[in-house]
Design a protein around this ligand. Structure first.
Ligand code: MG
Length: 437
């Protein structure tokens, strides 16, 4: 490029340049309540990795991802290869991450705690670096990440109240503030608490825990208590096709969509052809490779995207384009997360016109004091979070909090998420089984 062609770019340069000078990967742990799911129960601590990418000029960008030890090792390897790469060159960042995984021994540890997943290894590792580099770009240019993603189309992002069956507390510990929810009345009480505190205007129940009819009764109890409220249930693929069709028919008048009734594209396609309800997934369409067969089979109506396994915010935008092209609807999946991930989800949703439903988040299940960002920016009010407009992700790292949550990681002794073993330590008869009903 000649020096005359640089007009319009940063003064005196051909292109914005922010070479990466250092990468820190810091595992952290935060308290997690005993939330039940199809593979067991959440352990007392959830693990995350905080990725801090330093670039020239003293600017740094933040990313957050799974904290399993195998994932941490991959992040470390990728981070080393990224030194010298321009944080503005996301193609080169992606190529270097891919290169770092060439000799990957495939040691597993994707951080979803026993859920079957065929997510792309490269996209999983790339994600946190993509987010951190966009944070850097935003800070250098003085614009929020939503601007880098094409511009905000909304100034607040809607989230759903994420209901869980749960024990009163972890065994041996005091009951937590949420209390027990093991039947329809408990779920309704939990929904009231969620709505009173956060003003949610849509509700999702994590199912796959009890026999399907009992969970359908909980959904019907929510419908009776909250007429007109959009409702969803997610049994995480543990229903047979036959059960899913029976439940689908029962819940047709009540549900906004049915999430992952079965595990495979073929089984969900069989269910979809028999019921009059949209099917959503974050389990059978989890990578770009899954899109052609799922679209051909008409298996799902809604893809619940998740930038942590779709390769970050840039590639999630690509997913949104494909969804629009093939008439798939879009919303967002969530694992237990901290504020950096939340900010990334919000910036992405702000810039994605075809987010069609209130997104999922585990945010209410986290104690407010358990975070690595400075408080006050991300708050759920009336079921929505205002999109930060400060440069980058719009959140700031709290170094002391990071040190505290890292110490908590060291002290808690957990090295990977394992909901099943934890459940079996309490109920030895618990078996991992899919489909279960
Ligand atoms: Mg799900």
């Amino acid at each position: 490029m000649s020096e005359h062609s640089s007009a319009g770019l940063l003064p005196g340069t051909n292109a914005p340049r922010s070479p990466i000078t250092a990468v820190q990967v810091v595992p952290v742990a935060f308290a997690d309540p005993p939330l039940l799911n199809s593979v067991g129960v959440h352990e007392p601590f959830a693990l995350r990795a905080i990725v801090i990418v330093h670039a020239s000029g003293g600017v740094h960008g933040l990313g957050e991802t799974y904290g399993d030890s195998a994932h941490l090792a991959r992040l470390e390897r990728a981070g080393k290869l990224l030194i010298g790469t321009d944080a503005f060159n996301l193609n080169q960042v992606a190529a270097r991450v891919e290169q770092s995984l060439v000799d990957d021994a495939g040691t597993g540890g994707h951080g979803t705690g026993g859920m079957v997943t065929t997510t792309s290894l490269t996209d999983r590792v790339l994600s946190a670096f993509d987010v951190a580099c966009l944070d850097i770009q935003g800070k250098v240019l003085g614009v929020p990440v939503s601007t880098l993603l094409g511009g905000a189309v909304r100034d607040a992002v809607d989230f759903s109240g994420y209901l869980f069956y749960k024990w009163a507390g972890h065994p041996g510990a005091e009951p937590d503030a949420w209390g027990e929810a093991l039947d329809p009345a408990g779920i309704v009480a939990q929904a009231h608490r969620m709505i009173d505190r956060y003003g949610f205007t849509a509700l999702k129940l994590k199912g796959g825990v009890f026999v399907p009819d009992q969970e359908a009764a909980a959904i019907e109890a929510l419908r009776a208590e909250f007429p007109g409220m959009p409702l969803r249930i997610d049994p995480n693929g543990v229903w047979t096709v036959e059960t899913a069709i029976r439940m689908g028919h029962r819940l047709e008048p009540v549900l906004e969509y049915l999430e992952d009734p079965c595990l495979s594209i073929a089984d969900n396609a069989a269910v979809r052809s028999a019921i009059n309800l949209p099917i959503a997934t974050n389990m059978c369409v989890v990578s770009f490779n899954d899109l052609p067969p799922a679209i051909e089979a008409h298996a799902v109506d809604v893809v619940l995207s998740d930038h942590h396994f779709w390769g970050g915010l840039s590639r999630s935008r690509l997913l949104a384009g494909i969804a629009r092209t093939f008439d798939l609807r879009l919303s967002m999946h969530s694992n237990s997360h901290l504020g950096i991930s939340f900010a990334a989800m919000i910036q992405l949703a702000a810039a994605t016109s075809n987010i069609d439903y209130a997104c999922d988040t585990h945010w209410p299940w986290k104690r407010a004091e358990d975070d690595v960002i400075r408080p006050g920016v991300l708050e759920i009010r009336d079921g929505a979070v205002k999109v930060p407009t400060a440069p980058g992700l719009g959140v700031e790292l709290d170094e002391q909090a990071l040190a505290r949550l890292h110490q908590q990681y060291l002290d808690c002794g957990l090295k990977k998420r394992d909901d099943t073993s934890y459940m079996q330590s309490i109920h030895p008869e618990f078996e991992l089984k899919s489909p279960r009903w």
